[in-house]
Design a protein around this ligand. Sequence first.
Ligand SMILES: Nc1nc2c(ncn2[C@@H]2O[C@H](COP(=O)(O)OP(=O)(O)OP(=O)(O)O)[C@@H](O)[C@H]2O)c(=O)[nH]1
Ligand SMILES: [Mg+2]
Length: 405
Amino acid sequence: MRVKRYIVNALPEAVSMIRTDLGKDAVILETKEIKVGGFMGMFRKKRMEVIAAVESGASKQGGTELPQRKPSPEVNAVVEQILQTAQRSSAAAAVMEPPAQPDPPVSDKRMEREQFIINEIRDLREYMVKLSRQQSDLHALSEPMLALKERLQEQELDSEWIDKLIEALSESEKSADRVYDRVELWGEAKHMLEEWLQPYNNAEISRDARVVHFVGPTGVGKTTTIAKLAAEQTIKRGRNVGFITSDTYRIAAVDQLRTYANILNVPLEVVFSPMDLPKAYKGLSDRDLILMDTAGRNFRSELHVSEVISLLQSNEPNETVLVLSLTGKTADMAIIAERFSKYGIQKVLFTKLDETTVYGAIMNLILKYGLHPTYLASGQNVPDDIERFKAGKYVELLLGDAEHE
Ligand SMILES: Nc1nc2c(ncn2[C@@H]2O[C@H](COP(=O)(O)OP(=O)(O)OP(=O)(O)O)[C@@H](O)[C@H]2O)c(=O)[nH]1
Ligand SMILES: [Mg+2]
């Protein structure tokens, strides 16, 4: 395709030049009023800038020829659309007039201006390609499929998983040779998401672990959760639980856990540094399960992460659970999950389910970092407000009600 630019007094003048230069198949892409010449911004004359193009085989005289570009087939299709639209709108202007004088030689300034126009045209092409892709995607999706996509976007599920799910559902519709209604689509989506989460379903505190460390950002509910789990493990599993806390950072943090320890009748050891750990373990040698509390810190900082990791030493079978609050931002949770997953942490526990209606972060972290969710905490009541993570129940929360979304 050849593209040329003309500066003329009026459109008919350009039309005749275009006809002469580019032939009868040329079309006008853009017309714009511009001001040229003058002195200190005054006495500038009004002129018209006309951009015209032709597919091939045009004459080479006149106008300013812009560099050739080799568009992709998709771009060609979009450009074809632009050309047709421009052809329709400029049809009225396509009258033959005697050829006028060619433009003056190209100056540096003009070259710059031309480059600017080339860039503008390229941006327009890219935008049109993007737009046409989006349009065709939207046209391809049924109303229930669009509603599902919107629901999952509201749930802040990563677009990677949304696209994957929509693609799988479209495939399923194709093989069923029909379009699902909302209830069917939600049912199928639930089935697929549960399958994705199957490897992560029903994880809990490992029965083999004798020491379980809890780490996580400030105020997410580590200490409260430890108290809930101590009650669960004592009552449901009949295990003798002991507490260690290394949270000597915050005033009254030890007292908080000590209060729970007294209520639950669980012994507590306090450690100030990794050197105190052997003594603490010795003091709890009769316990089946030791739950260790740590100080909440800003774990966006690598230094704080390595500090807390240095405290998680044990010769006994042990595991570490990352505690995250669902009231946190997904992007911030992802940074923290990434920091800790580098140290081999595989389990995560989500709190404050009761304070949000947006659940996508759970799935994002599970699928992206391979973290196994253990429990969902949903309130401040110790020991009641906690339950094991179940994929089916979680997917129901994520999808919501088919009829109401
Ligand atoms: N709504 C709600 N509140 C919770 C939940 N879990 C804990 N909390 C509350 O969150 C606040 C902080 O809880 P903590 O257990 O002290 O949190 P932490 O992670 O130990 O805090 P630091 O040790 O300071 O980092 C308290 O008011 C808890 O009652 C939950 O699942 N839902
Ligand atoms: Mg605490």
